[in-house]
Design a protein around this ligand. Structure first.
Ligand SMILES: Nc1ncnc2c1ncn2[C@@H]1O[C@H](COP(=O)(O)OP(=O)(O)O)[C@@H](O)[C@H]1O
Ligand SMILES: N[C@@H](CC(=O)OP(=O)(O)O)C(=O)O
Length: 450
């Protein structure tokens, strides 16, 4: 039994949805599909999720919402018309959006409720289309499926008790269930979305809940590559990658699969297949618990994510001051800021955080003031335009010379390494670099290792 998740690129228009129907028709093992909102049809297009966010932004700013609302409805209208399904669905979509805009007062919950409709409307129309083709299909909302989550807008976490309810999906008589991805329901009935790209998380949760043998993740690439295909022209195709390796690479920019989606699968050792809706005959990349290592290829991939800020401080005898790190972390906690890494020396320490946490507020300035006041460092330096470069591979463990190959390749490209970190397992290294060096670094490393 399989769960298949189709991403926005697989559902961006009627032509893509027809391909999805033929994949489902030709594989009787696919019992449940999880769908995203319509994605980009071309490079310069806008994802429906982003259109819904723009609608919400206009509402909150007190601007006109009619134009944004009409554009969203037009995206669905063109799909409904081309698939020749009941157009009364569209009236229903419109009244739901208007109802949310008029009745949800809290901005964070309004945003989540609106964002969730991208996948919800798509699931409804895909289920209607499947039935029109003679596929016995049923739309199942996350509420009905039992996806209960924490009441944390834009950052839902599954309540583990959900799995028992989700398991009951196996008892539905229909051949295919169609479930919208990206959101769940909090105990108070609020709609709460996962982080961006979170339909992968829903797919993984459903796969685990029903005990699927395999979770297929359909997208617009046939493989996971060793580096972003937008940077390297002919990247190395990864056939098998472990959950651990994928988690590191997904965390740092391999947008093809969400890093949080691995946790539910990892627990039950459910393998993931990355497959291409446009080339479904290709087997794709498999994410598995263990893989056979190739001694000639110690590194499996490089990824780099932009948008980090570091606060570095120096204080003589910092290493002797008990509670110094705890006090810094307490200040971050007071401002609800999470940190990603904390490289340190004997007299200095750096804290690396995602910069988007400081958007729309001046908490960075306040944190610095607070650190200055409470910890009295000799100096504090803030660097706002950092990227984190990850080099990952289980084959790197206990291999001599990997760091020297990495640093030599970066030095050749004149890349200044601002900070570095290697875990004791030795299968992942992190380098903080300036964002302008992102793409040259990936190209240099790819040349060195592949
Ligand atoms: N290492 C990688 N291998 C393959 N694709 C990658 C990699 N890193 C980033 N990507 C990008 O991930 C995209 C697919 O993810 P996404 O846009 O979320 O798809 P979907 O809309 O199908 O969920 C690809 O188009 C590709 O540009
Ligand atoms: N539509 C949501 C969730 C998602 O997973 O989308 P996609 O499958 O297109 O990455 C987003 O854009 O964040």
């Amino acid at each position: 039994m399989k769960v298949a998740k189709f991403g926005g690129s697989s559902l961006s228009n009627a032509t893509q949805i027809k391909k999805v129907a033929s994949i489902v028709q030709s594989d009787k093992d696919i019992k449940t599909i999880v769908v995203s909102a319509p994605g980009k049809r071309r490079d310069d297009d806008v994802k429906v999720t982003d259109m819904l966010i723009a609608l919400c932004t206009n509402k909150i700013a007190g601007l006109d919402t009619e134009e944004a609302l009409t554009e969203i409805l037009m995206r669905y209208k063109s799909i409904v018309e081309e698939l020749s399904i009941d157009s009364s669905l569209l009236d229903n979509f419109e009244s739901i959006l208007r109802d949310y805009l008029n009745t949800i007062e809290d901005n964070d919950y309004l945003l989540d409720a609106l964002k969730s409709r991208g996948e919800d409307f798509n699931a409804q129309l895909i289920s209607a289309y499947f039935n029109s083709l003679g596929i016995s299909a049923k739309y199942v909302s996350p509420e009905e499926a039992g996806i209960r989550v924490t009441n944390t807008p834009a950052n839902a976490r599954l309540l583990p008790s959900s799995y028992d309810e989700i398991n009951k999906l196996k008892d539905y008589p229909e051949d295919v269930l169609v479930i919208p991805g990206f959101y769940g329901i909090a105990d108070n009935g609020n709609i709460v979305t996962f982080a961006r790209g979170g339909s992968d998380i829903t797919g993984a949760i459903i796969a685990r809940g029903i005990g699927a043998d395999i979770y297929e993740n359909y997208t617009d690439e046939s493989h996971i590559y060793a580096a972003h295909p937008g940077i390297i022209e002919e990247p190395y195709k990864i056939e098998e990658i472990t959950y651990r390796e994928m988690r590191e690479l997904a965390y740092a920019g391999f947008g093809i699969f969400h890093d949080e989606a691995l946790e539910p699968l990892y627990q039950e050792k459910i393998p993931v297949m990355i497959r291409n809706t446009n080339e479904p005959h290709i087997e794709g990349t498999k994410i598995v618990p263990e893989r056979k290592l190739n001694p000639d290829i110690p590194v499996i991939g490089f990824s780099c994510d932009e948008g980090f800020t570091s606060i570095s401080l120096h204080k003589y005898l910092l290493n002797k001051e008990i509670g110094f790190t705890r006090r810094i972390l307490q200040i971050l906690e007071d401002y609800q800021i999470s940190y990603e890494h904390m490289p340190s020396g004997i007299d200095d320490i750096s804290i690396i955080m995602r910069s988007n946490q400081f958007e729309n507020n001046n908490s960075l300035d306040k944190i610095i003031e607070e650190i200055d006041l409470q910890l009295e460092p000799e100096w504090i330096e803030v660097e706002e335009d950092l990227s984190l470069l990850f080099i990952v591979g289980l084959g790197m463990a206990r291999q001599i010379g990997i760091v020297s190959r990495v640093t030599a390749a970066l030095a050749e490209e004149k890349v200044n390494i601002r900070m570095m970190n290697q875990g004791s397992t030795e299968y992942s290294m992190m380098f903080a670099i300036q964002t302008k060096d992102h793409e040259p670094s990936i190209r240099a490393l790819f040349k060195e290792f592949f």
